[in-house]
Each structure stands twice: as C-alpha cells, then as structure tokens.
Design a protein around this ligand. Structure first.
Ligand code: UN1
Length: 489
C-alpha cells in the first residue's frame, strides 16, 4: 500500500509523530493509501517554510504568479479523468460529479490566474488640492487553509488559488477522509513550478494539526470550511488573525403553486440527493405551497425511489455512499428523531450495503415536517429531505428564515413578484430562481449569512478580499502642509 508524506518546504517527509492513518474508499471500504498523522511540530515546520518563502513569493509580479496557476490549470485539464476517478474513489460522489469537482478546480485556477493581471484597487478624489488617493492590495502573510472532504479537489483549489495569486504562502490541512486528493493537487502545483515553501501541506487530525493552524499566531489569515462546531472553536481560538468561515446550512427550496412542478422535482432530486446530500448547499428542506403539495410529493417520491444507489464509479449509479460509517449513523439518528417528532416518512430511512460493503444510506423523504422539528433545523449532511407546507409566499419565506443558517436557497415560481420577493427577503448568501440550491459558479461570490459564516466570501472577485490587505495611499504633490478636515477650501 502506497504511503504518502507531508509536503514541507518542497519535500515529501514523514511526520515527527511517527504515526499514520488510512484513507478508505467509502463504496468498498478498501484502503486506498496511508498518510502521515501530522502533529503540532509538523505544522510549525510548515509555518517556518511558508515564512521563509514569503518575501520572494509576495514580491513576484502577480502576473508571474498567475503564470504558475495557468500551468496548474493546464495540468489539471490533462489529468481531469484520472483525478475525477480519484475523487469518486476517495470521497464517493458519482463519477460525473467527481469530474465536476475537478472542473471546478480548473475553473477557479483559471479565474484566479487571470486575477494576476487585475488585483484591482480603486482611485478616489481628495478634499485637498494637489492630492491623489488610491488603494492597493497587499498579501496578508501566511495563510492557513483547512478544507473539507465533500469537495476534496475543488474547495482546496478555491482557497489555494486565491491565497497564492494574492502573494500569500500557505499551510494546507486537508480533511482526513480525503488526503489523497489533496496530495495530488499539491503535486500538480509542484509540477506547475510553485517554488518550495510557497505551499506546505500537513495531513493529520483536526484536533492536533488543525488546532495548531488555527491558533498559530504566525499564520495571519485562516480560511476554514467545515462544521459549525469546528468553526466556532476556530473563531474562539484563532487569536488576532483574519478568519474566513464557511460552515453548515439547511437550504430551502420554495415551490409555489404557479411553478413548473416537473422542473421543481428535477431540482429537488438533484439538490437533495446529488452528492448524497453532502453539500453545504444541499436542498434539505422543500417548502411546498399547499395547493401543489400532493402533486409534488407523489412525483418526487417516485423519482427518489427510482434512484440507483451504488458505487459512484459505475455510470449507472445515481447516488453514491456517504463518506464514512459515522455519517451513516448520523443520517440514521436524524431519521429516528424525525419519526419520533411525528414527521411521516415517504421513502428510504434505511442504511444499505452494496455487495455487502460500503457506507450507503437510502434516499429518504419526510413529509408533514414542521418548521421547529429538529429534522427541519439541523444540518444532516446526508440524503434526507424534509417537506414542509406553506399557504403563502410570506409563510414560505418565514419558514426559510426560521433556521440558524443561511447559505443557499431556491424558489420555483413563474411569477416575477414572487421571485423578487424571495431575492429580497430570504436570509441566505445565494438565491436561485427556478434552479436548485446547488451548483454555484466560481466567478461569483460564495458564502452565507447567519451561522453559515462570518461574512467572508470565497471565489469570484470577492474571493480575493479574504487574502489581501487593503493599503490606502495618499499622494500629496502640493509641496506644502495640507491639513485634512481643516485646510479644506
Ligand atoms: C460545499 O458544499 O461546501 O454550489 C460547496 C455548489 C458547489 C460548491 C459546494 N459548487 O453546490
């Protein structure tokens, strides 16, 4: 079985802990690789390497940094097939989505490479004569990136591409369920010509390696995607550094009685069961107008029952496994809670094995769910969709906003007023009209409100704000003392 190292200062090395862990294919339960259990010392070495590489990397003209990202984009394109299969093998999502994960990385690398020729600031006026003002962007310093397993190539790519183009150096800690995807991504950056020390990667536990990254005060910016509990811990312990958080959600789809029901069903199947419900953007609540609830429910359940559960590598599979046994237990726990709370199960609600193996859970639909039930409030991160009823748009929006999270939302309607009211009133960072809650594109900002995060946005033009400091420049060419707020005339 192949053994993989930590990547520190351009070398693949063993952890000083002497310990390792395994990565497992969630469809077959086979071990696919052995990885270093990086500890605090390893993170400190990685920080040191990032520190020594910083001066040169941050001084490089951004288009020169962009060239390396363009090269990485090209390599990712040629390796898409292989990496897509790896995503499916290590994470479980179906092959079309495994390829999509890699495509999202290609897209963001290409986008951020181009950013090397922008990194725009702005120019402004002055209240005084012969004085010019503008802003410039500067890298923040060492960036700590802690990434999840559900987009094991795409999310590290979002964070890396933005951090690197802005001139930061990086310590990456990928999720312990998908270290091989991260290793492959780092290897591609290495091949693209990233100088040693600019990117460092420490695999290992969140408790040890992750905590050291969060608390190390030589790391100046931390970008974290993961659970709300871990995010809260990070924020409490990060000290004085910039922190960007991308946490959970409980994303609603509203279906109005004027909607195209077939289109809405397509969207709810894709949003609810795509990636086996393991997206922060998953459509886990469907709020249906009472006039069309019966009709929607019937078609939706038929479609959910017809989904083929299996190993995502086979093209006939619609729904792959969950990431691990714990995730299966979590879905089961919430199904039990839903049953106790009085919600009515329409399909699924059971664990499954394919050929006696794998962490599978059947696509599950609950109806008669009330907004205050736990299954309507908590992020399950599995293939469990709750249907709620509303009598008006206002009531539906109220239900949308009755959870602590606010990442994505969707409304199916053919009424323009309903669409704009949803845009105006739903408390989420993303709203889709007549499309499901998943499928954000990389050139637009991604992030949420309320407990989903702390206001930062990834990707798109706003994605570089997380990784730059703004410097305001006042250029006085008057040759005399001019006092702002006083010598104004
Ligand atoms: C996530 O689940 O954390 O919008 C990211 C989407 C994907 C990204 C999801 N492009 O569903």
């Amino acid at each position: 079985m192949e053994k993989y190292g930590l990547y520190i200062n351009g070398e693949w090395v063993n952890s000083t802990s002497g310990e390792t862990f395994e990565s497992i294919n969630p469809a077959t339960e086979e071990v696919i690789g052995i990885f270093q259990k990086g500890n605090k010392e390893d993170v400190k070495s990685a920080v040191e390497a990032a520190e020594s590489a910083f001066e040169k990397w941050s001084s490089a003209p951004p288009p020169v940094r962009g060239e390396i990202l363009f090269k990485a984009t090209e390599i990712l394109k040629t390796e898409k097939e292989r990496l897509g299969k790896l995503v499916t093998t290590e994470m479980g999502k179906v092959i079309a989505e495994g390829l999509g994960d890699v495509q999202e990385a290609i897209d963001i690398f290409e986008y951020m490479a181009g950013e090397g020729r922008r990194l725009l600031g702005h120019t402004s006026t002055s209240e005084l004569h012969d004085k010019f003002s503008m802003t410039v962007r500067r890298p923040v310093g060492i960036a700590g990136l802690i990434t999840p397993w559900n987009f094991p190539i795409a999310i590290p790519a979002w964070k890396l591409s933005a951090a690197l183009i802005c001139g930061n150096t990086v310590v990456l800690k990928p999720a312990s369920d998908t270290p091989l995807c991260a290793v492959e991504l780092v290897k591609i950056l290495e091949r693209a010509g990233l100088p040693k020390g600019v990117i460092n990667m420490v695999t290992g536990s969140g408790e040890e390696a992750g905590t050291e990254i969060a608390t190390n005060n030589r790391i100046r910016v931390l970008s974290f995607t993961g659970s709300k509990d871990a995010g809260e811990f990070v924020l409490k312990n990060a000290g004085i550094k910039r922190v960007g958080l991308e946490l959970g959600s409980k994303n609603p789809v509203i279906i109005m009685d004027d909607a195209d029901i077939k289109l809405a069903v397509d969207g709810c199947i894709w949003g609810g069961f795509g990636t086996t419900g393991q997206r922060c953007t998953a459509a886990s609540r469907v709020i249906v107008h009472k006039n069309v609830k019966e009709k929607f429910e019937k078609i939706f359940v038929e479609r959910a029952e017809a989904l083929t559960l299996g190993n995502g590598i086979e093209s006939s599979t619609n729904v792959g496994p969950l990431i691990n046994e714990k995730a299966v237990e979590k879905s089961q726990k919430y199904v039990d809670i839903g049953n106790k709370e009085g919600a009515r199960i329409l399909c699924g609600g059971e664990k499954a094995k394919i050929d006696g193996r794998g962490f599978f859970y059947k696509p599950t639909v609950f109806t008669d769910v009330k907004p205050d039930m736990k299954i309507a409030q908590d992020e399950i991160f599995g293939p469990v969709v709750s249907i709620l009823e509303a009598s008006s748009l206002e009531e539906a929006i109220k239900i949308c906003n009755s959870v602590e999270y606010g990442l994505s939302s969707a409304i199916y309607t053919n009424n323009i007023r309903n669409a704009f009211k949803a845009i105006e009133k739903i408390d989420t960072g993303i709203t889709y009209i007549n499309a499901s809650t998943i499928g954000a594109e990389v050139h637009l900002p991604f992030g949420g409100v309320k407990s989903t995060g702390n206001g930062t946005r990834e990707a798109g033009i706003e994605g570089i704000n997380e990784f730059t400091d703004t410097k305001t420049v006042y250029f006085d060419y008057s040759g005399r003392l001019q006092r702002a707020q006083i010598d104004v005339e």
